[in-house]
Write a protein that binds this ligand. Structure first.
Ligand code: AMP
Ligand code: ZN
Ligand code: FE
Ligand code: FE
Length: 281
């Protein structure tokens, strides 16, 4: 029997994806997936809508992608199956979302100051949940100044440390690993080798994360080169981390398709076995 098709990293309109949560689960089932994780940025806001319309035969792993940093370098931590009512974790996620709003406003102000025809109202309208740079990118596409969302992620526009980029609050990643564990969840370091997006942390940081209780490493990701995947696979084995794979689907904001990369069943089983916050649905 072929293994389960497991995609452990996707976004909905609860953050910067373009697919509503209840549509995402339908599309996941249609794509032949057996397991889907919903991991919107800094929020559990899509969990209910995804759970309410779960198609038969699709299992839903509820999660979030948490904005973190280490040594001044931004990175993303996937938290799965944590208790969303854990007070300290819920408070930190709320603070991250609040900071994203003022940061996006600052970025829009910088664009407006340079005569770019975008507005805060327009960006707010585009963001149904957690606001992110893809919403600003969509406004830039609408203004006709950039052809696609991806083209806005350059130094000339809103790429990291670019002309109209602004910093946002980020949690220290070691604190975040411990906090998610305290809330009964498990953690996976998202796209650790996505060098095309900006600076990436060294393997020493990944070792520190492992020592803090990190469970897994996202080895197969669209932003990883084949060489990077090979290296991360070795590193995961060396550090005793579970290797995962996922699409990081964002609907029309990216070109990647659901299920483009998959997680080995053994990694999935072990993540679920370790988690005690909420159940897989
Ligand atoms: P933010 O979290 O607001 O800083 O925005 C970063 C998000 O933008 C990432 O999580 C990706 O989802 C998205 N992103 C980054 N680079 C690109 C790109 N080249 N094309 C499309 N989306 C991107
Ligand atoms: Zn995103
Ligand atoms: Fe990410
Ligand atoms: Fe993501």
């Amino acid at each position: 029997m072929p293994g389960l098709k497991i995609d452990l990293h996707t976004h909905s309109t609860a953050s910067d994806g373009t697919t509503p949560p209840e549509v995402l689960v339908r599309e996941a089932a249609d794509a032949g997936l057996d397991v889907l994780a919903l991991t919107d940025h800094d929020t559990t806001g899509g969990w209910e809508r995804a759970a309410a319309d779960l198609p038969d035969g699709l299992r839903l792993v509820r999660g979030a992608e948490i904005s973190c940093s280490r040594n001044g370098i931004s990175l993303h931590l996937l938290g799965y199956l944590f208790d969303p009512t854990h007070a300290a974790l819920a408070e930190r996620l709320d603070a991250l979302r609040t900071s994203r709003i003022s940061r996006a406003e600052r970025m829009v102000d910088m664009l407006i100051a340079d005569g770019v025809p975008v507005s805060w109202g327009q960006v707010r309208e585009l963001a149904d949940g957690t606001v992110g740079r893809p919403h600003i990118a969509q406004a830039l596409v609408a203004s006709g100044l950039v052809p696609t969302v991806a083209d806005a992620f350059t130094r000339d526009w809103i790429g990291t440390h670019g002309r109209y980029w602004g910093a946002k609050l980020e949690l220290d990643v070691l604190d975040a690993v411990r906090l998610v564990a305290e809330a009964g969840g498990v953690t996976v370091f998202a796209h650790p080798g996505a060098a095309s997006r900006g600076r990436i942390v060294g393997e020493d940081v990944i070792a520190d994360m492992a020592a803090a209780g990190l469970d897994g490493l996202e080895v197969d990701h669209p932003d990883h080169t084949p060489e990077m995947r090979a290296r991360l696979g070795v590193l995961a084995a060396e550090l005793g981390l579970l290797p995962t794979g996922s699409s990081d689907f964002h609907g029309a904001n990216k070109t990647v398709r659901l299920g483009a990369h998959l997680t080995p069943e053994a990694s999935y089983d072990e993540l679920v076995a370790r988690a005690k916050g909420v159940e897989v649905l």
